[in-house]
Write a protein that binds this ligand. Structure first.
Ligand SMILES: C[S@@+](CC[C@H](N)C(=O)[O-])C[C@H]1O[C@@H](n2cnc3c(N)ncnc32)[C@H](O)[C@@H]1O
Length: 504
């Protein structure tokens, strides 16, 4: 991806830290500042988890914080999660619940920017105020504006913070049928992306895809099988309390889906490395690589190691797993995760580019290479909605050059018979099958392996999820599979048997 992303699975809220507090009573004159809400020692404690807002009480301050946050966030000069984190660092008095509601409202505004901008043409007060109220209403009703009575109950929750006329305005806009809006507005996509989705997956399904991208992603965990089992993790997560429910993910064998959004980073299980937060699609990608015990494996674009740790667990901490990346910051984020995971086979290596000499030393020695390539991230818009407003067709073209170069370099690592997996979290064919087909055309020493063949052991009685009899690729869709959008292509280096020399 073009933007710096520490992990596809990290929530913006998960980076913020603060003391927790139930009340927002303040002695300060500034309604936004109340230093007494820090804990007794003055430290900021505990990460912020995603919250279930069904019992949340919006406060006047939430809208004021949003109004302050929006101009920088909507300038799109920086990734939204960075803007939000920086804002929270400057407002240390904010508690966990406040941060969660503000962040979720801000992200709701990004997810539905076209629609909210149009609705905010009516109403009183500044545009930022109107957007802030729409964001709060959306977060409190968990995404459901326009039709559901959840919007009504969200407005009721907001009523006590509204100024004269705002209540009536919110009731009015909540009753507007989205179907009466222009498709670009109701689907909240920039024109270039709406057109791209019209070509692929096609006009019939692009609206369903766009709608799925307007809701927050579900919270999935991967049980770290080095330390626990999915069944055990399910028991522990279900013991968290009645507001949350844990169920097995439908496709990934080690996945646990949490209904409701508890703060998890302070739990004993998380600290002990029992699980990682990881989208189900991301978990499945490790199975597409299908590493075996004792093998030499390279995760070429390892980042903060989301896939690396899943791959390491499949290898049962045997063999060698090199985690390469050009970003020192991301590799540094892998270190504590690796320590928690209990894996001893992971070797993080910083590289200056895909042509680093360190890579040349591994040439021809590796059994499996994953290239989780930098991409536009259009499959992750549920988590990173700012990307749809920050990415451009020109940016995608630049990424294509990078993707092809990285894949070509990574392919040199493989021994004959070795497997190379090219993957992205994009939904755009030019970053996916386009790159894969181009690679095959230029590298006759590789042949494609159908994804369905690789994933068959996981899905013995059906066509594996994301596979098709019509092509060899792997493609997950948010509107079909409920995961982030992913693409995967599997290549195998041919084994060339040299003909014996004929005797003269
Ligand atoms: C999609 S992210 C990887 C996410 C990671 N695999 C995970 O599961 O969290 C792409 C990564 O490619 C890295 N990258 C960019 N250019 C690279 C290059 N030339 N060689 C290797 N890695 C590169 C980026 O720093 C980024 O971490």
């Amino acid at each position: 991806m073009s933007k710096e992303r520490s992990s596809r699975n990290a929530s913006p809220r998960a980076r913020a830290r603060s003391s927790d507090s139930k009340n927002y009573a303040t002695k300060s004159k500034d309604p936004l500042r109340n230093p007494e809400r820090r804990n007794a020692s003055g430290n900021l404690i505990g990460p912020v988890g995603q919250k279930n807002f069904s019992n949340a009480k919006a406060l006047p301050q939430h809208a004021i914080h949003l109004e302050r946050l929006l101009p920088e966030m909507l300038s799109f000069e920086q990734p939204a999660d960075r803007v939000v984190s920086r804002y929270f660092r400057a407002e240390p008095q904010l508690g966990n619940r406040d941060r969660a509601l503000i962040a979720e409202s801000a992200f709701a505004i990004l997810r539905r920017k076209n629609e909210f901008s149009q609705l905010a043409v009516s109403g009183e007060g500044s545009q930022a105020r109107r957007l802030a109220l729409l964001g709060l209403m959306s977060a409190l009703s968990e995404g459901g504006l326009g039709t559901s009575n959840r919007a009504e109950s969200a407005i009721a929750d907001l009523a006590h913070v509204l100024k004269p006329g705002e209540y009536e305005w919110l009731v009015h806009v909540s009753k507007i049928d989205p179907e009466t809006l222009n498709p670009l507005v109701r689907n909240n996509l920039p024109e270039w992306l709406w057109d791209a989705f019209g070509k692929y997956p096609g006009e019939e399904s692009r609206e369903a895809l766009a709608k799925s991208l307007m809701h927050p992603a579900l919270l999935d965990l991967r049980a770290n099988t080095m330390k626990t089992t999915r069944e055990q993790l399910l028991l522990e997560m279900n013991a968290l309390g009645g507001r949350y429910q844990a169920i097995p993910t439908p496709y990934a064998p080690d996945g646990v889906r949490i209904m409701g959004k508890p703060a998890l980073q302070n739990t004993v299980g998380f600290k002990a490395g029992m699980f990682e937060v990881q989208d189900e699609g991301s978990q499945l990608l490790a199975y597409l690589l299908a590493p075996k015990r004792g093998e030499m494996v390279v995760d070429f674009c390892a980042g903060a190691g989301g896939k690396t740790l899943a791959i390491g667990a499949l290898m049962r901490s045997t063999g060698r797993l090199y985690a390469l990346d050009t970003s020192e910051r991301r590799l540094a984020n892998l270190k504590p995760r690796q320590a928690r995971s209990g894996l001893s086979n992971v070797h993080p290596v910083w590289i200056d580019s895909e042509n680093d000499t360190k890579i040349k030393r591994l040439a021809g020695k590796i059994d499996r290479v994953l290239v989780d390539a930098p991409c536009s991230g259009m499959g992750t818009l549920r988590r990173n909605p700012d990307l749809k407003w920050r990415q451009t067709p020109e940016g995608v073209l630049e990424l294509n050059v990078k993707q092809a170069n990285i894949l070509a370099s990574a392919s040199r690592l493989l021994k004959p018979g070795g497997r190379l997996v090219y993957a992205t979290c994009s939904l755009l064919p030019q970053e996916n099958q386009g790159i894969a087909e181009d690679f095959l055309a230029k590298h006759p020493e590789f042949e494609v392996v159908p994804a369905a063949e690789v994933l068959k052991p996981l899905f013995p009685n059906q066509m594996p999820i994301g596979c098709s009899p019509d092509n060899p690729w792997w493609q997950l869709w948010p509107h079909i599979h409920g995961t982030d959008g992913f693409f995967g292509a599997v290549f195998q280096k041919k084994i060339v048997v040299k003909a014996p020399k004929e005797e003269a």
